[in-house]
Design a binder for this molecule. Structure first.
Ligand code: ADP
Length: 492
């Protein structure tokens, strides 16, 4: 099959969160399965061009933006292990001139232009893919643009994946008019109306125009059909029946692999052995300790013998349970733990709160907070930590707990969305345990669960059993890749 993956992120070129990782891992899996895959993203100025190998193919075409004819282009590159990518830009560098990703241009304008230009490119260059797979609100309007511009249904199958229903792309007819879409020329404009607010909703338009829509875990697919988590779209989602399904994300097991990860000081692993010898386990123990020492040396904090390192790598937004992360870190002395938070901050208040936590931890030698989006540091944190906390209030799938499992770092998670689908508590009576889980979104539940984890940590044999169970589990893209291929073929 020929598949276009239209997205605002792909790791490592343009990554804000899990969407980038998904695009990379999933595209690689489709290539492996023998499909022709083309990820298309905006040509952000923030992309490190040194990672790209030009394929000397550039296609120029006419498009329209703000009532003005423009020239735009799609340039083809290869990166990573022969994964192709096409970067879209305008002649005057609309995307290239901006250094950041989502807040590059106000509102939805940049991504509306992105969708319009892709449709114009497809028409101008007679593209005939089997599948156009759209990801999240920035790409959701593409089928509507196609219908409006061509006055025909798309001759390809469209699949729309929502990675997070918190972000729905709310905008106005004024915004859409920039790409030539008006209430009078869009087929069935009511499809775009936000169910709650007096505005338009790009995700709703995507859900109602795609052939099939998906989200990133089966539990989240159920949760968003409820009023509590549907963010206003619960009725639309329920009406879609089996045109809306949950497929658990995979993890790119080449990129996230402690045996080959060049971003960590000491590589380690079980050499694919589900029952590793005590020597192999000793090697893992040694390497993780080495990585921890290395990381703590680099931040100038001595390790406290016997105190496990609890890490968090996250966007510091409320849905990630940021106040629970803070509460847990503030108890590091009484619980005898050390803590490391790597967080990207969305606002000034969160920044202040976490800077305060940083001073608290450093003053007591209990850890540190790094407020940055730093891919290399994230790899080091996964490899160094003993435990990894993901106390999300809402978690569509969550990749960090899967990465932690691969790196032998035991997840402590709240039971929601994809966390509920991937983590089995040590005390569970069914399934193979790989971590710790609590249900109520309050600090007492988190602290109690962390105490259970601490108890297990001090029983080396029990702890290493848990680590091995997590490390050998298959969270690769093989199974989700098959599920998406079934969706592509109409067999879901
Ligand atoms: P989300 O997509 O909601 O942010 P996921 O758990 O699905 O959450 O994916 C998070 C991805 O982003 C992981 O690869 C994680 O390592 C990475 N990440 C999150 N925050 C940071 C950060 N501050 N620095 C580096 N990487 C980060």
């Amino acid at each position: 099959m020929e598949i276009f993956q239209i997205s605002s992120e792909i790791t490592p070129l343009a990554k804000v969160g899990g969407l980038g990782d998904v695009l990379m891992g999933f595209s690689r899996e489709l290539l492996k399965k023998g499909h022709s895959v083309l990820p298309i993203i905006p040509a952000y100025g923030a992309i490190d061009r040194a990672q790209l190998r030009p394929l000397n193919r550039e296609e120029w075409f006419d498009s329209r933006f703000r009532d003005t004819p423009i020239r735009a282009s799609l340039s083809y590159y290869e990166f990573d292990t022969a994964l192709p990518v096409a970067l879209l830009d305008t002649e005057d560098g609309f995307f290239r001139n901006e250094k950041t990703i989502y807040d590059a241009h106000d509102g939805a304008s940049a991504y509306l232009l992105f969708c319009r230009a892709i449709v114009d490119w497809m028409i101008a260059t007679h593209q005939a893919p089997d599948i156009v797979h759209l990801h999240d609100w920035p790409t959701a309007i593409l089928p509507t643009v196609y219908q409006t511009v061509t006055k025909q249904e798309p001759p390809f199958r469209t699949v729309f994946t929502v990675h997070n229903f918190e972000y729905q792309g709310r905008c106005s007819w004024d915004d859409l008019s920039q790409i030539g879409l008006y209430q009078h020329n869009v087929p069935d404009p009511s499809r775009l109306a936000d169910p709650v607010h007096d505005c338009l909703n790009l995700v709703k338009a995507g859900l109602l125009s795609a052939d099939v829509s998906t989200t990133v875990s089966p539990t989240y697919a159920q949760e968003v059909r409820t009023q509590e988590q549907g963010n206003g779209l619960q009725e639309v989602l329920s009406s879609l029946d089996d045109r809306f399904i949950g497929i658990l994300n995979g993890l790119d097991s080449t990129y996230w692999n402690p045996e080959t990860d060049i971003l960590i000081p000491k590589q380690y692993g079980l050499s694919s052995k589900p029952r590793p010898s005590s020597r192999v386990l000793e090697g893992v123990r040694f390497a993780k300790k080495f990585n921890k020492k290395h990381l703590f040396q680099s931040i100038g904090i001595p390790l406290i013998e016997g105190a496990p390192l609890i890490a968090s790598v996250t966007r510091l937004v409320p849905q990630k349970g940021t106040s629970l992360i803070k509460d847990l870190c503030y108890r590091s002395e009484e619980m005898n733990t050390q803590c490391l938070v790597l967080g990207s901050v969305p606002d000034h208040q969160t920044e202040q709160d976490f800077l305060h936590l940083d001073s608290f931890l450093r003053a007591r030698g209990r850890g540190a907070v790094f407020l940055a989006n730093n891919e290399a540091f994230a790899h080091k944190a996964y490899a160094a930590a003993d435990m990894f906390v993901v106390p999300s209030i809402i978690e569509p799938c969550g990749l960090t707990q899967l990465i932690a499992l691969k790196y032998g770092t035991i997840p402590i998670v709240r039971k929601t969305g994809g966390l509920a689908d991937t983590i089995i508590d040590l005390d569970s009576t069914s399934g193979i345990p790989n971590g710790f889980m609590f249900e109520s979104a309050d600090v007492n539940a988190l602290v109690q669960t962390t105490h259970r984890a601490l108890k297990a940590f001090h029983n080396l044999q029990r702890w290493e059993e848990l680590m091995v169970q997590g490390m050998v589990q298959d969270h690769s893209w093989t199974k989700p890749g098959n599920a998406y291929c079934a969706v592509y073929a109409g067999d879901n």
